[in-house]
Design a protein around this ligand. Sequence first.
Ligand code: NAP
Ligand code: GLV
Ligand code: GLV
Length: 320
Amino acid sequence: MKRVSITYKIPESGVNLLKNEYEVWINPKDKLLTKDELKELAKESDALITMLADPIDEEVLSQGKNKLKIVANYAVGYNNIDIDKAKELGIYVSNTPDVLTETTADLAWSLMLAVARRIVEADKFTREGKFDGWKPELFLGTDVYGKTLGIIGCGSIGQAVARRAKGFDMKVYYYQRHRLSKEREEELNISYLPLDELLKVSDFISLNVPLTEETYHLLDREKLSLIKKDAFVINTARGPVIDEKALYEKLKNNEIGGAAIDVYENEPKLTPGLADLKNVVLTPHIGSATHETRNKMSLMVAKDVIRALEGQVPEHVVWR
Ligand code: NAP
Ligand code: GLV
Ligand code: GLV
């Protein structure tokens, strides 16, 4: 019987499909597997379902050269996998695009509103029993409505973030390597700007690029210096896209208005001091974390595993 290994417990929707046909092993611990454990699994499994923090590098993939058919990543981002090596070894890699787009865009917007209106600080204040009546200047924040939004990486999630901005009557700019069609720009009511220009004019900046060699520290100290003093940075992409230490220093010195962050440069570690700042909202990488979406992701990885094990190309194969 073919063996499918899942490196962390995921919702049952997809797992049940797999159990009908294969021997399924699920990591029983509430902890990521070690590199040695991943290597062992790669060697003895026909298919692996992996998490975004599992380093599926050359060492791990090499163990799968005889038997492993597919690594199905339970995420849309696949920067944790050495795609070139997988291709060289003939091991498919698949991901979970689209099903998590709206959910992640909702989180980007939750973060944007939360940081602008100081929701987390205000919640803490209220819970602590400090609310002793309405005051004219209690928790003054910043308007989102009518402001300028800059989207860096206007793909599936970036465009979903842009669509939501219509209801807030925002001026929306985007930057990425390839311009969208004129029709698409008009439909979304967005305009293209080079990165430096976008950083200079935006009141809110949403990062929605994948992590690649090109996007590593896309916002480095120099780029961060272009951002307006009262603007907010929202990162639901990947931590290393921003130089987190430089961002921390700018937030601490009030050279940037605030930041709302779901992903960290050295995840799960935070830059020391970041969590002590008042002008930040921090969430633990929960962009796609809804019951509905995680169930869909579970089904998606399971179906692609089945395809690969039946000798077909997975539907969401990651080509390069
Ligand atoms: P997508 O549809 O592939 O969109 C990515 C966009 O980034 C593309 O439009 C691409 O346009 C742009 N891009 C790529 N390289 C770039 C570069 N060097 N400079 C500027 N722009 C670049 O991907 P998606 O589904 O929207 O997901 C985006 C990322 O979000 C994922 O890769 C993942 O890391 C992250 N994510 C995080 C969470 C979370 O839990 N926080 C959840 C889901 C996804 P060009 O090719 O024209 O440059
Ligand atoms: C989450 O971060 C994903 O890439 O799906
Ligand atoms: C606030 O609650 C108002 O009525 O303006």
